[in-house]
Design a protein around this ligand. Structure first.
Ligand code: AGP
Length: 582
């Protein structure tokens, strides 16, 4: 499961009633070799590989985390939304908190309850009732009991000949188990000290489950059951949205919004996909907070803009990797001139976090495919939540609305999850429809215009098919002249009603020139035009850019598959672009 993170790893086990733990900043394979764990034969083991979101890649922050009395060990995935509150609580009650990882507080919470009840399962259930956010976690108790809980994303209990394995990715049971149980959001799996497996709900009531035979294609195991990391990462979007929403901590959102509100000017810098997310941010800020930031590529920033930047300006630097050289150079130059930097990154161990005054984690989990997908949607989540807080800071957004953000994102996550297969099959048909073209446009207006740019970038880098993002109003100012049957047009239905009406005329006109037209529609009931319609489920207006990104990513993916491109590693591209500036 190393594709889920390998910043640090750790293992706990029970040996003669005692908990032992080793952890280190190495991938799990190396951990086993380094600590001679391969020959260890013990009845219970609990392991974890980590991608840091709270607390950097340091052995202290590695899981498993133990309580003060070493009666239990905990590993977790996701992020606790109420971490700060729980941390204060356990510190006030005198616990020794040794790491900056949010899941350590869970070990201390269970510890207190175990003191009171002496029942591992009851303590576990009462502790998880206190936890908020997107999480999966397993606790191993010194008496040999293990309990696993998941809030949203299913986890699996595999049954082997002489083994029970609890895992978050079904394919990792390959070779270990012949059958498995699926544990759904809100359920708890228990392995008792004498090895029985049972399931309960949060009130401790038994849940009856039947095991299913495990059928896994061995070739797909390294990519979690998918043929490509890119497709796996798109399928992770419903969960990474929640992972991100759980990881952004109120304290930092408020700090960042104050900085933006009090700044003379806000400048957003980024490259590629992150730049497109930054553009969507400018629409969010304009509408929700009346702030109109300057959005500029970090490649351009040092050339003309940096000399006008100084004390009182805020630079929002967005970088999935946190290591893009243009971003780092721009941030460095901006700070030399006295600007304040807010960094947004998916890699909290990056130089961007070190160079920023404050940073906000994107927390989408590791992204291995070169084309960015789940990190784009998660970046949009962070930027939307931040824009709402900026809006609240200037009293344009009701404070009460902030409390509803989690629910709104949970709703989005559910909608994306339930529509993914359908959207993917439509995107595949659309890819077949335009696949023989030699180039094309992705067109939209308003807040979805940056998505047109992003869609075109995704198509180019994933499938090598030439595509250009065009603002709808600009189409008749030149680009329309080359439309014919070899040049496709993909229209994204705008969210602004006046823009949407104009767009339909453009759709009809483009089709009349023979261009194979795809229309990504979220509100039109019926389209009486010779075009391929991809229906995208509707969600709230500000979350539609996230919902619309997914069919574009899938379209790019299916174009790549049709055209035989190695989509995870497109030629000439690197996941992290370094060394292009001095
Ligand atoms: C995205 O699909 C691209 N691979 C690329 O444009 C990327 O977004 C760009 O290099 C910026 O990367 P960063 O977010 O890590 O800074």
């Amino acid at each position: 499961m190393e594709f889920r993170g390998k910043d640090t790893s750790g293992v706990a086990w029970v040996e003669e009633g005692e908990l032992k733990v080793v952890k280190d900043s190495v991938p799990v394979g190396e951990l086993y070799a380094k600590y001679g764990l391969k020959d260890l034969r013990v009845p219970r083991m609990l392991g974890h590989t980590r991608y840091s979101t709270h607390g950097k890649a340091d052995p202290r922050n590695a899981h498993p985390h133990v309580d003060c009395r070493r009666r239990l060990a905990v590993v977790g995935d996701g992020a606790l939304r109420n971490y700060e509150e729980l941390l204060m609580e356990v510190l006030r009650r005198g616990h020794r908190v040794e790491s900056k990882s949010d899941f350590e507080v869970v070990a201390h919470l269970i510890e207190e309850l175990l003191e009171r009840y002496e029942s591992p399962v009851r303590s576990f259930l009462e502790a998880i009732a206190r936890l908020r956010g997107f999480i999966s976690l397993v606790a191993l108790f010194a008496d040999g009991t293990a309990a696993a809980y998941t809030s949203h994303q299913p986890i699996y209990v595999g049954l082997g000949e002489s083994l029970v394995a609890v895992v978050p990715v079904l394919t990792s049971l390959y070779g270990l188990a012949g059958s498995y149980y699926e544990v759904l959001g809100g359920e708890v799996a228990v392995v008792t000290s004498d090895g029985r497996v049972l399931f309960v709900d949060l009130d401790g009531r038994t849940v009856i489950k039947s095991p299913q035979p495990l059928r896994v294609n061995g070739d797909l195991v390294p990519k979690g059951g998918f043929p490509h990391h890119m497709l796996r990462e798109i399928y992770e979007v419903p969960y990474s949205i929640l992972r991100t929403a759980s990881a952004v901590q109120l304290k930092y959102l408020e700090m960042a919004s104050r900085m933006i509100v009090q700044s003379k000017r806000t400048i957003v810098i980024a490259n590629g996909t992150s730049l497109h997310a930054g553009m969507v941010f400018s629409y969010y800020l304009a509408e929700l907070a009346g702030v109109t930031p300057l959005v500029v590529s970090s490649s351009e920033f040092p050339l003309y803009y940096v000399d006008n930047v100084g004390v009182g300006d805020v630079v929002v630097a967005i970088s999935q990797s946190g290591e893009t050289s243009e971003v780092l150079k721009s941030v460095y130059e901006a700070r030399l001139r006295g600007a304040t930097v807010i960094g947004l990154t998916n890699n909290i161990n990056s130089r961007l976090t070190r160079f920023s005054n404050i940073y906000i984690p994107i927390a989408a989990g590791p992204e291995l495919a070169v084309p960015a997908t789940k990190t784009f949607t998660s970046t949009l989540v962070v930027l939307y939540v931040l824009a709402k807080h900026v809006g609240a800071a200037v009293s344009r957004v009701e404070r009460a609305e902030l409390g509803g953000l989690w629910r709104e994102l949970e709703e989005l996550s559910r909608m994306v999850l339930s529509s993914l297969d359908y959207v993917s099959s439509q995107a595949r048909e659309a890819a077949e429809y335009i696949g023989s073209c030699t180039s094309g446009y992705v067109v939209s207006r308003g807040i979805t215009y940056p998505l047109a740019l992003e869609g075109a970038l995704k198509i180019k880098e994933s499938s090598y098919l030439h595509a250009e993002g065009v603002e709808g109003g600009e189409l008749r100012h030149g680009p329309i002249s080359i439309l014919d049957r070899n040049v496709f047009t993909i229209f994204i239905e705008p969210l602004e009603s006046s823009a949407a009406a104009d767009m339909l005329n453009l759709v009809a006109e483009s089709a009349s020139y023979g261009s194979p037209v795809v229309l990504l529609s979220h509100s039109l009931e019926r389209v009486n035009l010779p075009v391929k319609v991809v229906k995208v489920p509707k969600t709230s207006r500000h979350l539609m850019p996230i919902a619309l990104a997914i069919p574009l990513q899938l379209l790019a993916y299916w174009l790549a598959v049709l055209r035989g491109v190695d989509v995870d590693r497109p030629r000439r591209l690197a996941k992290v672009v370094t060394g292009t500036v001095s």
